[in-house]
Ligand binder design. Sequence first.
Ligand code: NDP
Ligand code: HSE
Length: 432
Amino acid sequence: MTYNIGLLGLGTVGTGTAEILLNPDGRSPLLRDIRIHRVGVRALNKPRTVDFEPGVLTTNLDAIVADPEIDIIVELIGGVERARELILAAIAHGKHIVTANKAVIARHGDEIFSAAQTAGVYVLLEAAVGGGIPIIQPLKQSLGGNRIERVTGIINGTTNYILTQMQDEGAAFDDVLAEAQALGYAEADPTADVDGFDAADKISILASLAFGGRVRYEDIDRQGIRNISPADITYAQQLGFTIKLLAIAQWSTAQNSLHLRVGPTLVTNHHPLASVNGVFNAILIDADPLGQVMFYGPGAGKGATASAVTADLLNITALLQSEKLEDGLHPLLTCTHTDYCPITPTEAVETRFYARFLCGDRPGVIGHLGTCFGDHNVSLESIVQIGYHQDQAEVVVVTHDVREGDFHAALDAIHGFEEIDDIHIASVFRVL
Ligand code: NDP
Ligand code: HSE
């Protein structure tokens, strides 16, 4: 069974998605059942990095959403009005929807989901929040046995990248923003990122899933990062804090209501969100009875976001297949493996090692060790005599990535040293 998709948009995320679908080897076997039928863009003559058969690329997006051969529409054009129009038209034509567009969902989610309910189709949006981080599906399913108390997120990659660069490099705001745009993280209109609109869109989606009700976008208390000066970053650091743009949705049991905010916030340096840097995102969930769980990963970019889009495509494909399969089993919930994975023998694995040796303190020990490792193809990152332990010299070795087999052969040879008969291998650990 093959399912045809209509891809609306072939920019950063559209290209990443096409690259995954056109190269399914080593990924979920279900991907082989997904075929890109049409791709809608604004300009046909723009250079592209993926090739399609003639006629696949078109500027007629209205025809794509109405095409009877298409099962799923993947909306990746961004923006609000045109995206809304196309999604609603596709739903009216009975298509399932996958979108990465948080803006259209945050503003028109009620209309879109009501239409989807009526039409009996799915609207999935894993890529809309947290880029490549799986967070929508966990909130819908895996955490369903919990009462969510608070969602705290760094959910805009561009602003986190800007703040990190300003803090680490002392870089100027405008320069870092231009860099983020060149890397494909920032929205076409950077106001959406910098002034907190994008994070507000995303927290409204997360809150709605976490707290089981729709959220009005205008109810979010929102502030961006334009007013953060280098002085604020320096003083915060001196006081042991890092400034992050946090999006928070907090349930108050006392008031039986939800508070939503987006704004620059000082977090203590030992808080789990303080070390989330660059374009990375993280979402910290406080839940009862689970406690605290953090989802962390690349929050924007071509491959990461395409990974989340593909996850939604797989979910819909699996559902469509299970409806048609005789046993009715859902391919993503059943075990379909019949073969064992090929296993790499430990001696063939490449890794770094730490080893500590104890031996008599006399000339030539370090030289012998170094030569022996070299003879067995083990390249050393460092070899130092650290000190003494019960009258014996302590020598510590850290290797580069080496074959385990070579490393252990070197250790066996060291064991048998005639020149240094009192050498003793005190400890050996792998280094990641
Ligand atoms: P891009 O600007 O890179 O690409 C947009 C694509 O849509 C282009 O191919 C463009 O065509 C096409 N397009 C835009 N408007 C129209 C229109 N009116 N008619 C026809 N085609 C149109 O956007 P991204 O890939 O970065 O973003 C896509 C979506 O994913 C957005 O909703 C964004 O918020 C979301 N997202 C993006 C992330 C990222 O890291 N970039 C991360 C998470 C979500 P053409 O190529 O001809 O110009
Ligand atoms: N512009 C967004 C960001 C893209 O920087 O996080 C991911 O949604």
